[in-house]
Design a protein around this ligand. Sequence first.
Ligand code: NFS
Ligand code: SF4
Length: 665
Amino acid sequence: MAKKARENSERSMDPAAQAILIRADALGIGTAFTRFENMAPCTVGSGKSGMCCKNCFMGPCRITKDGQVGICGATLETIAARNLARAIASGAAAHSDHGRDLAFTLEAVAQGQAPGYAIRDVGKLWDVAQRVGVRTEGRPVNDVALDVARKALGEFGQQRGELTYLKHAPKKRYELWKKLELAPRGIDREIVDVLHRTHMGDDQDPVHILRGAIRTALGDGWGGSMWATDISDILFGTPSPKVSQVNLGVLKNNEVNILVHGHEPTLSEMIVGAVQDPELIEYAKSKGAAGICLAGICCTSNEVMMRQGIPSAGNFLHQELAILTGAVEAMVVDVQCIMQALPNLADNFHTKVITTSPKVKITGAIHMQFDEHHAMDVAKDIVRLAIDNYPNRGEIMIPDVKEDVIPGFSHEYLNYMLGGSYRGSFRPLNDAIMSGRIRGAAAIVGCNNPKVTQDKEHIDIPAELLKNDVLVVQTGCGAIAAGKFGMLLGEAAMSMAGPGLREVCEAVGIPPVLHMGSCVDNSRILTVLTQMATEGGLGEDVSDLPAVGIAPEWMSEKALSIGTYAAASGAYVLFGVESPYEFSEEVSDLISAGWEEMMGGKMEFLADPKEIVRRSLAHIDKKRADLKLPAYDPTKYGKSGDYGLQDYFDLPMEEQQAMQYGVPA
Ligand code: NFS
Ligand code: SF4
């Protein structure tokens, strides 16, 4: 039986989304929101009342009772652990393969075979080279870049030894990984290892299976993702704060609208260049458009927003809504998080969906294969096709909803911001935490999921944490959600943060929610946590820090890989929505209490956002106490959080929107 159709306000808390969902209903067009409501629930697959194994074709085996086993005899625990391990391997593969492609691009650039690209951040190249043991003194930039690219490529196919970046974790953490034999040997090798050991008839000890999965996830966080971030910075520049805008209102009613959606910055950066080509702008005008508007969706959007200030049309659940405006000439996609629904949906309008990755084709989409050796040519062809499509536009409806944002807080920029260019440092941040002005820190990351109201938990959870003087960093679709609701602006410190946090934000000149990039950029958070842990005063390992990680609306396998490497790095990670592994008490305990005992970090799944906040604050306070820091006292720095928008989220939805967007309730 299908679930019940929901009110639009239950589907999304974003007024832009709500407006488009009304339009979708009027046009009789389905979206992920309605498909979710029409989907017959599978209780076994959701983890609530059973567990399903499809690892061999004697099955599928559905385990719905205690003590029941699969045809091969596999227990509930083994099946749950194998399912989790496979999801982690898939997520790690996606992130890491993204990193590999960037390494190939860097190699081609260094060899002069990728016209249009350049090493834009030589400082970062030097920094990375030194970190991975590539000699720099007196060498030409391209030689160093080639060695760095090959060093990176080598780490994917490495068979023995360990990944280079592991040594940049706090010393205690690195030693723990060595002791527990969790240090990944090579990025690809660990992914293959998990796929092998979860094949029918292999590893059948849940603890042991998940150790393999931890090693794979560490190969993502401290390998594939970290390389992806570093090489992106080398090629396209290390992010620093930019002014930009977020939400569907960034689309223009009289310009050619092109959306880049997916993950890798390689093609989207070229499209950023192509849309500025005077010839193409003239061409757009010849078709009756006033110009060309480029915007992003999902993590590609984060990549080009934090480096080039390109606006974001929205996060994961906005991909269909953007097409439903009728105002998008082309949606250009590469890899990951691209709904197969797009080409069919686009058939209702004039929008062209263009796939570009050699790995991704979608029936009904136009394929224009991207190749870093001719990147600008491909980018210009795509822009031309979008322009040619402009005259085919029908009736459009762009919600007048957008918000200013200041994204781009890289680890490097935070150092500069806190200590200046001579004495880049985390000292002021650590001091603020030690004195109790800042109670602790939270990284809020991850997707949208139609199982919960779009963006609601991405906003409610940080709002509550800010009130409690917790500094928040965000990445991925969560960061875009925060942007939509004004949290990525300095003003948010005044209206939403507790007095201690507000004082720090004002002194340093930062928003209380820092946009740190895309999901592969969670590696930046690892670097930040490492520096906080080694700066002095907050212990000596990530597990000592008064900090948490939260994925409130997660949906992708990548999120599980991120959660696992964060936990294995010492963090307490809380997932919202629901637990796919709930039916196995043993595995649920293993990844929480079991992992905490083993490595000081853990993962928990909690459907109730209030409980997520409660446990986050309790964890932060416990870590403060363990560090012998003064207990957090909300009254110490003035009146705590009883001004401005602090009661904002207790208001009914219409009144929140009235305050946020100035529209009458
Ligand atoms: Ni992250 Fe980025 Fe968004 Fe989720 Fe998908 S875009 S890699 S997986 S949906 S946050
Ligand atoms: Fe069933 Fe075992 Fe095959 Fe899984 S591996 S489908 S539990 S027989």
